[in-house]
Ligand binder design. Structure first.
Ligand code: FAD
Length: 367
């Protein structure tokens, strides 16, 4: 089995399939290789937070562009993937946390990201579902939520319709570079020749980079999640806390989706498991912050496999060692919101070798 294409993409999470769609629009031949199913790893099991506030400010230009694309999903991929601009509250539980939120709001203003600071009283007036322990918050009205189960598959279907080749359950076992381009080998014995290779392999991004002698430290973490049975719909806004150790949103059907802390995983086997003691701690926080949740019932817990970089921002950019190798991985727990823009960036890097957004801070060489 042999295949000759312009661009081979390793990894069918949102980053990879969004990249494939944009590359097809530029007229290039593209194939995505996904070891499991499209969107079956972090892209499909995450919390569904579409959040700009609270990010490293280097990410804000990308995050703002991605927010524009979230609005355009129906045109781009034929579905809004349950995206809703609900607003996002970041809560402070101490004076120190409130100072951190104030500090971030000043930095966000420089990026023209609208954020409103709320003291205890105005917060409780506007969001009476909140408990007494919260002393204030920052509110970003343009943030929201979406259904992670829908997003990568919808990008994948759109890419397929646009002419991309998508190979599911076909992991890439090795890739080599020579003067004629890349030779990629898959676990099904396929040999693929491409001019460009995109490494969008998520928490496995360091392995692929390592094939080209780009050795970096990536830590695997597993955000611990649970969901309750439906309750009356009382929480429209998406909620997180300063320090990011707790987050909750309510679906239109009434389920509370809640996360905090970390589970465990075996990355080699692509298996992950949530931890009950962590879920217990998170549920205590949930009841403290949203007292009405005390009457809810947990129906499922889960986690996923996510790659965290030492500075908690991703690797995005051209390889420093190999021409025509593009990296986009290690989104450090907040790459769902960035997915749409990462597709555009991958495409721009492949077609121009550079990017109009400021991606220098994400260079693989920074470590
Ligand atoms: C539980 C959880 C909650 C989260 N909550 C949020 C949130 O609310 N908001 C937010 O913005 N972000 C969140 N994130 C982070 C976000 O989900 C990820 O940053 C994002 O989905 C990463 O997308 P990706 O395409 O880079 O990686 P992935 O979705 O992991 O895709 C990479 C793919 O590459 C494949 N792959 C790897 N190696 C190979 C190979 N050799 N051959 C073929 N295929 C390969 C994998 O199977 C995988 O499907 C969360 C993550 C988790 C796990």
């Amino acid at each position: 089995m042999k295949l000759n294409i312009d661009v081979a993409i390793i990894g069918g999470g949102t980053a990879g399939v969004a990249g494939a769609l944009d590359l097809r629009k530029q007229g290039l031949t593209v194939a995505v290789f996904e070891r499991h199913k499209i969107g079956s790893q972090a892209s499909g099991v995450n919390y569904g937070g579409v959040r700009q506030q609270g990010r490293n400010t280097d990410e804000l230009p990308l995050s703002k562009r991605s927010r524009e694309l979230w609005e355009q999903l129906p045109n781009l991929i034929g579905s809004n993937c349950d995206f809703e601009s609900t607003g996002h509250l970041k809560l402070a539980r101490s004076e120190k946390e409130m100072e951190d939120l104030e500090q971030f709001s000043k930095l966000a203003a420089k990026h023209k990201l609208e954020i409103e600071l709320l003291d205890h009283r105005s917060l409780r007036d506007r969001f009476p579902v909140l408990g007494e322990s919260v002393i204030g918050a920052s509110y970003c009205p343009s943030d929201g939520k979406a259904n992670p189960r829908l997003v990568a598959p919808a990008f994948g279907r759109a890419a397929l319709k646009a002419g991309a080749l998508i190979f599911e359950e076909e992991g890439v076992t090795n890739a080599l570079h020579s003067s004629t381009g890349f030779l990629i080998e898959t676990e099904k014995g396929r040999k693929v020749y491409s001019r460009v290779l995109v490494n969008s392999s998520g928490a496995w991004g360091d392995t692929v980079a390592g094939w080209f002698d780009e050795h970096i430290v990536l830590e695997v973490k597993n955000p611990n999640m649970f969901v309750t049975a439906p309750m009356p719909y009382r929480l429209k806004v998406n909620i997180g806390v300063s320090g990011a150790d707790f987050y909750v949103r309510q679906t239109d059907r009434g389920n509370l989706i809640c996360g905090g802390g970390f589970g465990i995983s075996d990355r080699q086997a692509s298996l992950s498991r949530p931890k009950l003691d962590v879920a217990q701690e998170t549920s205590a926080r949930l009841i403290d912050i949203i007292p009405f949740a005390s009457e809810s019932m947990v129906i499922r817990t889960w986690t996923g496999i996510e790659g965290f970089m030492p500075d908690s921002i991703p690797v995005i950019g051209m390889s420093e060692k190999i021409p025509e190798l593009v990296h986009a991985f290690g989104f450090s727990g907040h790459g769902f919101q960035l997915g749409p823009v990462v597709g555009e960036i991958i495409s721009e890097l492949v077609t121009k070798g550079s990017c109009s957004l400021p991606i220098k801070p994400f260079n693989i060489n920074r470590f």
